[in-house]
Design a protein around this ligand. Structure first.
Ligand SMILES: [Zn+2]
Length: 119
């Protein structure tokens, strides 16, 4: 079962808070940073937060396991659920490591991470 709104919010708030703490630690320990250094720090934190935000909502959606399983695009048979598997995804916000439900067709030897990516 997927996480509730409250659980997701708590997770995202904790990640945002960690980014803000990171920034303030850096701010307090860096004497007179120039604009480029500030930009570099903020962009790095933004990058990390973007990845965490994406990961959190994508994983929350994937946690809803479709029943019946998806159809194999080759033979049309129902694909079997094989549990969660780690999937590396390059996205606009960065490289994401996601735990996604994985489905497999024994006959065609095709794997699928619904809704989209085949392996
Ligand atoms: Zn098949």
């Amino acid at each position: 079962m997927g996480k509730s709104r409250g659980e997701l919010k708590a997770k995202l708030m904790a990640e945002a808070e960690r980014a803000i703490d990171d920034l303030l630690d850096w701010h307090l320990s860096t004497a007179k940073p120039n604009l480029a250094q500030v930009e570099e720090k903020v962009l790095a934190l933004r990058q990390r937060l973007s990845e965490q935000m994406s990961q959190t909502v994508i994983e929350a959606q994937a946690a809803v396991r479709p029943v019946p399983g998806p159809r194999c695009e080759q033979c049309g048979a129902e694909m079997r659920y094989k549990g969660l598997k780690e999937l590396q995804v390059s996205s606009w916000v960065g490289d994401l490591q996601l735990d996604r439900g994985y489905y497999y067709c024994e006959q065609c030897r095709i794997g699928l991470f619904p809704p989209g990516s085949t392996t």
